[in-house]
Design a protein around this ligand. Structure first.
Ligand SMILES: Nc1ncnc2c1ncn2[C@@H]1O[C@H](COP(=O)(O)OP(=O)(O)OP(=O)(O)O)[C@@H](O)[C@H]1O
Ligand SMILES: [Mg+2]
Length: 243
């Protein structure tokens, strides 16, 4: 579903993403982990065709992102790190707006999203102004907006930041359902309990891969009990960089 070859992005002399080689298969839940500034969002924006790589190549759904960016965008549902919902619009108007962005007929967009709206308890809130929705509901609405065009690939950049534990758990149930239904889910997170739910994860530090594999295998390889310990061992954030 996703393949990158030596994917690199520089900002001036600074290397934000450094020769990343990824292969992510259909139906997989793939986690992006790394301290602040590790390069997760920069990678994600390149995968979505929103940012040009400095060098290297990307294929999404067998399409070369550099050559067929517009087609690629149609096969991705992207939830950005800062939810891009219009606060002054009603919830349902945000959905209709995204249907427009993805050129999906309204009837089709409703068909694609109604089961999820019901499951998320959002159906009753569709006429509310988005600004009035509680945080957890805004996050759910953002996910639903990313799915209006029923894309095979869903890319979620820190979707659960600022959301309570119960809402996070429910959100992950939906991520599992999406993968079970054959969608590929790429998700970045700072929550190590969420890392445990991924089929495979990459841990990035300073733009580079420092670990990649299924959580269970990584814990064995690095001789740690849990993902929290693994993270501290291989990507201990700003402190690790200073050592
Ligand atoms: N447009 C830009 N111009 C210059 N530097 C940038 C730009 N975008 C990102 N960077 C830098 O690239 C590095 C990686 O940033 P990125 O946003 O990808 O990190 P991240 O892993 O998503 O971090 P976080 O967990 O905080 O979201 C950071 O040092 C950031 O300051
Ligand atoms: Mg980020």
């Amino acid at each position: 579903m996703i393949k990158t070859e030596e994917l690199t992005r520089k900002f001036g002399d600074f290397i934000a993403v450094d020769h990343l080689n990824l292969q992510i298969v259909r139906g997989e839940i793939f986690g992006f982990l790394g301290a602040n500034g590790a390069g997760k969002t920069t990678t994600i924006r390149m995968l979505c065709g929103l940012l040009m790589p400095s060098s290297g190549r990307i294929w999404v759904n067998n399409l070369d992102v550099a050559k067929e960016g517009e087609k690629v965008k149609k096969s991705i549902g992207y939830m950005s790190q800062r939810f891009s919902l219009y606060q002054d619009l009603k919830a349902k108007e945000n959905l209709e707006f995204y249907a427009g962005v993805y050129a999906t007929p309204r009837a089709e967009a409703w068909e694609n999203t109604l089961p999820l709206l019901e499951q998320f308890g959002l159906k009753e809130s569709l006429n509310m102004r988005t600004a009035e929705l509680p945080m957890g509901y805004k996050q759910r609405l953002s996910l639903v907006c990313a799915l209006v065009h029923n894309p095979p690939l869903v890319i979620l950049d820190e979707p659960t930041s600022g959301v309570d534990p119960q809402a996070r758990r429910e959100f992950w149930q939906v991520i599992n359902q999406l993968a079970f239904a054959g969608k590929t889910v790429l998700v970045s997170t700072h929550f190590m309990d969420e890392a445990e739910y991924c089929h495979r994860v990459i841990i990035m530090q300073a733009g580079k891969e420092v670990a990649l594999g299924p959580p269970r295998e990584l814990k064995q390889r690095f001789e740690v009990q849990n993902m929290q310990e693994l993270f501290m061992k291989v990507a201990g954030g700003i402190n690790a960089k200073l050592k």
